[in-house]
Design a protein around this ligand. Sequence first.
Ligand SMILES: [Zn+2]
Length: 185
Amino acid sequence: MGLIQNHLLVEAKQIASPHFDERQDEADISLLVIHNISLPPNQFGGPYIEDFFQGKLNSKLHPYFETISDLRVSSHLLVKRDGQIVQFVPFNQRAWHAGISTFEGREACNDFSIGIELEGADDLPFTQEQYNQLVIITNALITAYPLLTKDRIAGHSDIAPGRKTDPGHYFQWSYYLDQIDSELL
Ligand SMILES: [Zn+2]
């Protein structure tokens, strides 16, 4: 499949984040985690998510930024409201998106997952462009990484219940998953 080459999504804008490290087992990519983020919260379209994941968010620009600017986090991908995709970390390396987390009894989900951030908020619908891109991305990932199967896609709130609430109740799981190829299951 040509959509992913050398662990990079070809159509994504590449912006390197310093917030990553090596996976213990580069072949162990077996979970997809869906998130949402907006900076400032509930505001869309600014450059601040990219700044944040690059470790250069200016904490003086917004009171909320002061509370997060020291965090060292990232995701593999960000899908903006208009469908533009940014990649911060190659898929074979470990992005820092999940935090303390568990999937089917296994802890530290960053070790074995790919993280996708949707620009959004828990209490607002996502855009059609975001669903369209997320479906394309997911099918490409499932094709490229055989251990990543349709039944191994989770929300951040699923792997960190009580601590995280994203992607939130507006995320249309069945609409999304119905468009994911299951032939590799
Ligand atoms: Zn999250």
